[in-house]
Design a protein around this ligand. Structure first.
Ligand code: MRU
Length: 352
């Protein structure tokens, strides 16, 4: 399986997702500052991968600490948490992972652990977060496979694949799960302007896995649906509010509206770490705005004139009524989401 992010001794190595598919280059992070920069500049991206990376970054920052006493070590840890929390605002997995690391730290500190013991504890917690993410994706894949007909043409937007997680993927996990369950799947990958995660990353990892993949530009989705050539839409999520409203890559909302018009089921696939019960609905989800240059330039080539104003929101919100179901590691949750998502957290045994 594709190694999205891995330890190399005390360093963290990740494939540079800005360079794919032309170049497969690996970036080594030797400090928590390197990790923060990698997330901010999208060397690594995708909500679950951002969370895993932040957890590993906190473990790395701790392991490199020269602090001899727990007081200074605690101050440094808190500073590192703040640094990483400021990298990207929308993917709630980032804040979820930082909170998990803080809880692990507090448990150790309250138990009177030494600096070395706390370092080991943080490393173990980061490893757990990493491994749990892969396990969740595999469970999402197995659960989602049940929704896929024997022969299916599945449209996806952005990259919610192995590259966007610790491995296997969420939306692409459903596709992998369906293929493992014997379905014949053809994937239609939206290009996903402006950062081209669909054309560059989704197509790259699916083609590598030998999965039938066709890239379309974003403005072709309506035409292909009208032709009757899409059976199902599956996308990932950056943050799912308590009522099921879902923030995902810009353009997802457009796809959801088109799917509704053509009576095609539109599913969101995400781990529970992407569900944010503290955010009541989509209107409260912070939407990151990125550098205008992502819109004015494609690769290095300028495609919009100097002087034009640019709007570059990285995400949009799909309202819950357009979502046929939310595929998680604990099952598929359906409307009304306020009740079903709450139940998912209350009782670990509940399946959607
Ligand atoms: O800006 P990005 O590339 O981090 O946005 C990624 C997405 O929108 C993904 O669909 C989402 O994070 C889910 S990844 C499993």
């Amino acid at each position: 399986m594709l190694p999205t992010i891995a330890w190399q001794g005390e360093d963290i190595v990740m494939v540079d997702q800005r360079k794919l598919p032309a170049d497969e280059i690996y970036v080594t992070c030797r400090s928590v500052n390197d990790v923060a920069k990698a997330i901010k500049t999208m060397v690594i991206r995708g909500a679950p991968a951002i969370g895993v990376c932040a957890a590993m970054g906190l473990a790395l920052g701790a392991s490199r600490s020269k602090a001899t006493g727990t007081k200074q070590f605690t101050t440094e840890f808190q500073r590192n948490c703040e640094l990483l929390a400021a990298t990207r605002p929308t993917a709630v997995n980032l804040f979820w992972a930082i909170e998990s690391m803080k809880r692990a730290f507090s448990e150790g500190a309250l138990g009177g652990e030494s600096v070395d013991q706390l370092k080991a504890r943080l490393r173990a917690e980061a490893d757990r977060i990493h491994d749990d993410d892969v396990a969740s994706c595999r469970a999402i894949g197995a659960n989602g496979a049940a929704l896929v007909p024997a022969e299916a043409r599945i449209l996806t937007h952005c990259n919610a694949g192995a590259l966007a997680t610790a491995g296997y993927g969420t939306a692409l996990g459903v596709i992998r799960g369906a293929i493992e369950a014997g379905r014949k799947v053809r994937v239609l990958a939206d290009e996903t302007r402006p950062f081209l995660q669909g054309a560059r990353l989704t197509a790259w990892e699916l083609v590598r896995d030998g999965i039938d993949t066709t890239v379309i530009t974003d403005n072709m989705a309506g035409a292909i649906m009208r032709k009757g050539d899409i059976d199902l839409v599956v996308v990932g999520a950056d943050r799912i509010a308590a009522n099921g409203d879902t923030a995902n890559k810009i353009g997802t909302y457009t796809v959801a509206v088109l799917a509704r018009e053509h009576q095609i089921p539109f599913y969101v696939a995400a781990p529970l770490s992407t569900i944010d019960l503290k955010t009541a609905d989509g209107s409260h989800i912070p939407i990151e705005e990125r550098n205008p240059r992502e819109v004015t330039h494609v690769g290095g080539t300028q495609v919009a004139p100097e002087g034009a104003s640019i709007w570059n929101p990285s995400f949009d919100v799909t309202p819950n009524h357009l979502i046929a179901g939310i595929i998680t590691e604990r099952g598929i949750f359906r409307a009304p989401y306020t009740e079903s998502l709450k139940r998912a957290f209350e009782n670990p045994e509940v399946a959607g």
